[in-house]
Ligand binder design. Sequence first.
Ligand SMILES: Cc1cc2nc3c(=O)[nH]c(=O)nc-3n(C[C@H](O)[C@H](O)[C@H](O)COP(=O)(O)OP(=O)(O)OC[C@H]3O[C@@H](n4cnc5c(N)ncnc54)[C@H](O)[C@@H]3O)c2cc1C
Ligand code: FES
Length: 483
Amino acid sequence: MRITEHPILSFKQGRRISFKLDGKTLPGCEGQTVAAALHAAGVSTYRKSPQLQRPRGFFCAIGKCSSCLMTVDGVPNVRVCITPLQEGMEVQSTPGKGCLPDEDPVPAWPWPEHYADRILETEVAIVGAGPAGLSAAVETTGLGAETIIIDENDRIGGQLIKQTHMFFGSKKQHAKVRGIDIAPLLLDQIEGSKARIMLGATVVGFYDDKVLAIVRGGEFFGLRAKKIIMASGASENMLAFQNCDLPGVYGAGAVQTLMNVYGIIPGNRVLMVGAGNIGLIVSYQLLQAGVEVAEVIEAAPRIGGYQVHAAKIRRAGVPISTGHTIEKALGTEKVEGAVVARVDESWDLIPGTQRELEVETICLAVGLSPTVELLFQAGCQSWYVPELGGHVVAHDENLETTVRGVYVTGDASGIEEASTAMLEGRLAGLCAAESLGKKAASGKREEIIDQIRELRAGPFGEKARRGKEKMSRETWSHVQQKR
Ligand SMILES: Cc1cc2nc3c(=O)[nH]c(=O)nc-3n(C[C@H](O)[C@H](O)[C@H](O)COP(=O)(O)OP(=O)(O)OC[C@H]3O[C@@H](n4cnc5c(N)ncnc54)[C@H](O)[C@@H]3O)c2cc1C
Ligand code: FES
């Protein structure tokens, strides 16, 4: 299951360690997550569902879907896809029931006085150390604002850490630089500043007075910030079809994480569902890792991603079938095949067109949804805007939400690309710092807004442009109705 040769990446194995799965000793490496180590050891089923005893594996690999819950060192319901593996860890596939501790349960807000030492203070808190969060920190720290960045991963970069392809766009947005090389460039601009980066820390609650509740390594504490920037990214969409919950049905980002971060292939033969940029890019990366891509299917009548990506995988002999969907996954314990079929212009399946494919993995690249639950807790106004990926939080041109002092940026503000996420991050950071009284160079804000407009001006930015306009219209008419 390990990738031995790769045209771009070289995989350095961490120190060899061992851990236990249901009492059986398995090998692993330092630097892996528990899920990656299980996959490397050939284990793709992590537990059974409590009611129907259906097998469960992982789906998103970024901590957002809860498909991978296991009991780790006696703690039930741990997301093993973002839990770093440690020597001697005891992992169990039996689903546990969570329980709250007897003593000292978290009290209702406002927290009592003896909690005072559990609340840190900062000028700016940034949730998410992806391209948007890091870019926001470049601006806040550049203007001298005390900043804390929180991310639940154990490394910075968000989705960039698995993007081996070179970026498009202009030089200002790191065009021709590989995604994996961008986060260190952003970090260089933050290092030595007033920034603190808290990794392996999950923000689990948004309280009044701009207090974030954070869990890190079994500890629970609060962080009060004058300004909060939410750069929490997006989660992968699921597609409903028969057996879609079988281990072996993975999100495209999860496949990328396994291959490009941990050097492990998801399976030997893959069906890709979705021919947008992500589906096409990940198909090419699968080929680079030595995996056979049986077919790329797409329900729309035409390919959604760049033709240059489509041409590359076609040249490698991979068929791309538009007007097709998946009807069901085959297999009982894990994926052993798939049934695909043609669809009509309403995307209804055309009976009699079904055919079977023998595959070990079904990779879904069918879109992303903004991660905005914490902003809902904060009381931000939200709208459903399909062009931006679903439920989005209302924000003005400075990316400030309807809760003053709370900003949203990057994929969390509407699904676009890393290039836009970086610019939006800079805009939110700059505006948050300015609202604290810090002085930015004149014209800088307008310059960033112009660059964002430029990115959205092309045919691939059209959808986001329409979405942002719709969101502004909804917000404006809501404000007028309230007056
Ligand atoms: C397969 C693939 C290929 C792509 N290719 C390109 C491309 O070629 N060019 C391009 O411009 N874009 C590309 N993109 C899109 C790009 O990756 C995203 O638009 C970009 O990463 C969004 O940045 P972000 O900072 O908003 O979110 P993310 O990169 O997702 O970062 C969000 C971070 O927030 C953290 N987080 C979320 N919730 C919490 C919480 N409660 N507590 C703590 N931390 C939290 C997450 O762990 C994550 O690290 C691609 C995406 C994918 C999946
Ligand atoms: S939360 Fe672990 S796979 Fe989604």
